[in-house]
Design a protein around this ligand. Structure first.
Ligand code: PMT
Length: 403
């Protein structure tokens, strides 16, 4: 994670007293930290301490002309690789959720395309209040990562959920969320396909599969965090759009193929994570198919094969580095080796989806990466962690192929 640039937003809660320790630990992990205080944060921690520990001038005021002249707030928003807000008080969360920009920190939140992580801290009743829950829900929908709070004794003497995570836990969650920076993809153009496709039977029915898009979205985010310019061609999923990633929504396999081929000449690495329907109904009925006596107790449908998207890209004159995925329920490695050869892929990532706790729609995965020089298994962990490891491994394989 060396060299990662963190804007650390500090809200006005008692937990702000832990931020000098947080700054020390972020700096010790190799990060460049610029602290940004809200007006009320000054009551709990001093700018002098934070400047000394971070080695950077603390920012606090949107109207500080000296600071604005050295690095304006829009420049600061662009400088950040990650916006980390700790502690995030109930008031600060409400302002963020409503898109207010009435001070430097909330303005930075709106102006940055970097991933945002918030570590809430407040009294247990405030955390449990419907308004706070609503604000947290809205922030999550907007793509903000919420870490904590934890259960324990609070400054007010009450016991319950609301304590900010300890600095060491914030640092490790930050590393898990944003990934190791050593996987540099600086300036590399990456295309990710994710989610399922839907093949229409009639206006109200379709053929699809159980892909949630989680693994593909995590890969798009990991590549973005490693410095890549990322495009995400996504089937219909219920996930927030990753910040700083160009998203192209599609529905059918044919639309996904068209969107991919439109971009393929302009990319360096493609991850085909989408679970594309292999077949579609030969025709989509213009009106809802009725249940009639005439049809009898069973009906049948003719299906036609969809074009293979990865194979179409592999057939281009100068194809990108191609990474396919294989969801298998039997002989996963053997089938994936065959699939890699058949589709002319540089590498393939194998999921054994016979285990329902990994693969489709789960929060965790366990995969094996197969390529020309061998194979590596990434043990069970979150899809974000798997994505970081895959991005690391693929950036090394891509660099090797180029030289
Ligand atoms: O989305 P999640 O819920 O997080 O689940 C993740 C996942 C299980 C969907 C993902 O990790 C995964 O394994 N994706 C590939 C699933 C799949 O459909 O595999 P496949 O064996 O059918 O296809 C092999 C490869 O060919 C895939 O890269 C696929 O994108 C590609 N393909 C398939 C059909 C087609 N017409 N064109 C293609 O390019």
């Amino acid at each position: 994670m060396q060299g990662k640039r963190i804007v650390l937003g500090i809200g006005g809660g008692i937990a702000a007293y832990k931020t000098p320790s947080l700054v020390r630990q972020l700096v010790a992990a190799g990060m460049d930290v610029i602290p940004v205080l809200t007006e009320s944060a000054h009551h709990f921690v001093t700018a002098t301490v934070l400047t000394t520990l971070s080695g950077n001038r603390v920012r606090a005021d949107l109207w500080d002309l000296d600071a604005e002249n050295s690095m304006g707030h829009i420049e600061l928003a662009r400088w950040a690789d990650t916006l980390l807000i700790a502690p995030a008080t109930a008031n600060l969360l409400a302002r963020l959720a409503h898109g207010q920009s009435d001070d430097l920190l909330t303005t930075l939140y709106l102006a940055t395309t970097a991933p945002t992580i918030v570590a809430p801290a407040m009294n247990v009743e405030m955390w449990n209040h419907t308004a706070t829950k609503r604000n947290i829900g809205a922030l999550k929908t907007d793509g903000v990562h919420v870490i904590g709070p934890e259960h324990g004794e609070q400054a007010c003497g009450e016991i319950g959920l609301g304590r900010m995570l300890e600095p060491e836990d914030i640092v490790s969650q930050l590393l898990a969320t944003t990934g190791p920076i050593s996987a540099s993809m600086e300036g590399i153009r990456v295309l990710v396909t994710a989610g399922p496709t839907r093949e229409s039977i009639d206006p109200v029915r379709y053929i699809t599969n159980a892909s949630s898009g989680k693994q593909g979205y995590a890969i798009a985010e990991a590549a973005r965090d490693a410095g890549a310019v990322v495009r995400l061609v996504s089937g219909p999923v219920a996930l927030p759009s990753p910040r700083g990633v160009q998203q192209i929504p599609v529905t059918t396999a044919a639309e996904m193929k068209a969107a991919v081929l439109d971009l393929a000449g302009d990319i360096d690495i493609m991850f085909g994570v989408a679970a594309v329907a292999d077949y579609r109904p030969i025709r989509s009925e213009p009106h809802k198919i009725k249940k009639t006596q005439q049809n009898g107790p069973s009906i049948s449908m003719d299906l036609v094969e969809n074009d293979d998207i990865l194979a179409s890209v592999a057939a281009l004159p100068d194809p990108p580095y191609l990474v396919g995925f294989a969801a298998e329920t039997q002989n996963p490695i053997k089938n994936a080796v065959h699939k890699r050869e058949r589709k002319c892929l540089d590498a393939i990532v194998v999921n054994d989806v016979s285990d329902r706790s990994i693969g489709f729609d789960s929060d965790e995965n366990e995969v094996t990466l197969l390529h020309a020089d061998g194979e590596t298994t990434f043990d069970r962990s979150t899809k974000a962690q798997i994505a970081n490891k895959l991005v690391s491994a693929i950036s090394a394989l891509y660099a090797k192929k180029r030289t």
